[in-house]
Write a protein that binds this ligand. Structure first.
Ligand code: HEM
Ligand code: HEM
Length: 141
């Protein structure tokens, strides 16, 4: 069970990060060139949100199954353990809240520029937060 969830989480990570990068760049480009916010822009932002939400749910389950997750919260001296048991989960929950707020705010915007702007700001900031606290060494080993 633990191995399966962990594998799903590490494979979905490629999709979540790739989509976040794509959706952020698409929104920044749309904003800068004053494009119309079309159906394809909505679909890209929504698909990114859904994959990120699935990753959040899987991450939360993994947090309670992993030997380097919630069970290690008392062990703050070890930097690698602190990363997976506290920093990565906490920062990613904040990042995902920001991404969801961005999605929610874009829906309330009337103008094309306003919609691109909300996605550009919130998705990009979310992506930067996620990248700042990834367990890179665990991922590639
Ligand atoms: C811990 C788990 C999750 C939490 C806390 C969560 C939270 C939220 C919140 C707060 C919103 C509202 C955003 C808005 O105001 O528009 C939302 C929207 C949404 N979430 Fe999640 N979600 C979770 C898991 C999932 C999963 C597993 C899926 C997909 C399988 C998913 C798919 C969606 C979709 C499609 C939307 C709505 C987009 C729209 O506005 O049409 N979420 N979620
Ligand atoms: C988009 C958001 C996220 C991304 C891109 C992401 C990515 C990753 C990656 C690449 C790893 C290393 C996987 C490996 O060792 O093969 C990992 C590990 C982990 N993640 Fe996430 N994660 C996200 C969100 C979350 C959230 C929200 C939680 C918990 C609330 C979480 C909990 C964990 C835990 C506990 C581990 C360590 C698992 C272990 O090696 O036993 N992640 N994550």
């Amino acid at each position: 069970m633990y191995e399966t969830i962990k594998n799903v989480h590490s494979i979905l990570a490629y999709a979540a990060l790739g989509l976040l990068l794509l959706a952020s760049l698409n929104a920044i480009f749309g904003l800068r060139s004053k494009k119309i916010f079309k159906d394809k822009d909505l679909r890209l932002s929504l698909f990114t949100l859904i994959i990120c939400h699935i990753q959040l749910l899987i991450g939360l389950i993994l947090y309670f199954l992993s030997p380097i997750g919630a069970g290690q919260l008392g062990n703050m001296k070890d930097a690698a353990i602190r990363l997976t048991s506290l920093e990565h989960p906490l920062i990613n929950i904040i990042a995902l809240a920001l991404i969801t707020i961005g999605w929610s705010k874009h829906k309330k915007e009337e103008s094309n520029n306003g919609k691109f702007k909300k996605i550009a700001v919130f998705y990009t900031f979310g992506l930067i937060l996620i990248l700042s606290r990834l367990p890179w060494t665990n991922w590639f080993n």
